[in-house]
Write a protein that binds this ligand. Structure first.
Ligand SMILES: [Zn+2]
Length: 81
């Protein structure tokens, strides 16, 4: 492997240890719930989930689990609302 790539791999490993550098703008996640699969959308700080609980409450276990996983990389509604 060339030295240029070795340097980039080292840098990637360092960046991966610093999640605060990353800010997700949008993504779609398929989440395996206990009973069903759910599709979670995230777009510029706005969450959406196809489950019934989210429809009535605006948050659900699926979006909150992702907030925990992606802490610091997405807008945390618990902090900002
Ligand atoms: Zn949900």
């Amino acid at each position: 492997m060339d030295y240029g790539m070795i340097g980039k791999i080292d840098k990637a490993k360092r960046y991966a240890q610093e999640p605060d550098r990353f800010h997700f703008n949008s993504f779609v996640v398929t989440m395996e719930g206990e009973n069903n699969r759910h599709t979670v959308h995230y777009e510029n700080g706005v969450w959406d989930c196809d489950c019934d609980f989210f429809r009535s409450r605006g948050r659900c276990s699926h979006t909150m689990a992702l907030e925990i996983i992606l802490e610091g990389m997405v807008v945390n509604e618990a902090v900002h609302s």
